[in-house]
Design a protein around this ligand. Structure first.
Ligand code: CIR
Length: 269
């Protein structure tokens, strides 16, 4: 272990990295076709998202759209950021593998240590939930056991324990179904919570029919939640968190949500 933090690294962040949605979003991956995302509306939602992150005092970088990579706006999948360093992922989606060099470059501006998952396994950031030193990774169509094993090896010297779990069937990423609210509390769908993977933590459940609200983020004093899930927003608010709802209709057409749109970090030293 190379150091420790006196603040909750789970939700205290000095920085975030985002990427502006580009015209190629119309070609983004999706499990089901629910319509073509509208670029102007996507950009308006993205501007609100970036403004909310900045409002908390963090330094937020907006990278330009990445030509040739329709899903690059979902920047979270390309890396894992921890105080000790960053780990560049090896996305399971072939069309997304070329997103990582530009992320590695951007992270090197902020970190002394940027490691890379070399393979043969695959792993995407959307499958990784960090709660202080406890790292939960869901195997999925994008993340396999070899990817989890390589991440585990990489993080051992930094003092993290990795738990290999299973993303629910037909769910894109582990974090499609959960988020951290603080270092003791998660927001999760009932189908994921039922697996017992959050034993020892408090769980706020999404309301029935509002499972898509599980992909939220705690960022400093705000919880950013996708708009349109009032009962779950009320539950999070009633649990004592400051909720900010952000339009997400266009990202949702590509199975994206609040966590996917940023890498959040506080580099150490
Ligand atoms: C994809 O299928 O890769 C994108 N259309 C959505 C990625 C969402 N990312 C995330 O949940 N972390």
């Amino acid at each position: 272990m190379t150091g420790s933090h006196s603040y909750p690294q789970t939700y205290s962040f000095t920085h975030a990295l985002t990427r502006r949605p580009g015209p190629e979003i119309v070609d983004g991956l999706r499990a089901m076709d629910t319509g073509t995302p509208d670029l102007d509306l996507f950009r308006a939602h993205h501007d609100d998202y970036v403004a909310a992150l900045r409002e908390t005092g963090a330094e937020v970088t907006v990278l330009p759209a990445l030509p040739g990579f329709p899903d690059a706006v979902f920047i979270e999948d390309a890396a894992l950021c921890l105080p000790e360093g960053a780990v560049v992922m090896r996305p399971g989606a072939a069309s997304r593998r070329g997103e990582t060099p530009s992320i590695a470059e951007a992270l090197r501006d902020n970190y002394d240590r940027v490691l890379e998952i070399e393979g043969p396994g695959f792993i995407e950031g959307g499958d990784i939930l960090v709660i202080e030193r406890d790292i939960l990774v869901g195997k999925s169509d994008r993340t396999d056991a070899a990817g989890v094993a390589e991440l585990t090896d990489r993080l051992r010297p930094w003092g993290y324990g990795v738990r290999e779990l299973q993303t629910p069937p037909d769910v894109l990423h582990f974090k499609t179904d959960c988020s951290v609210l603080d270092d003791k509390t998660v927001l999760a769908t009932e189908r994921l919570a039922r697996t017992g993977c959050f034993e020892g933590y408090e769980v706020v459940l999404t309301a029935p029919g509002e499972e898509a609200a599980a992909n939220s983020i705690r960022f400093n004093d705000l919880v950013l939640m996708p708009e349109g899930f009032p009962e779950t927003a009320a539950r999070v608010n009633d649990a004592g968190y400051r909720v900010r709802q952000i339009g997400n209709s266009e990202a949702a057409k590509l199975d994206g949500g609040m966590s996917c749109l940023s890498l959040r970090f506080s580099p150490m030293g």
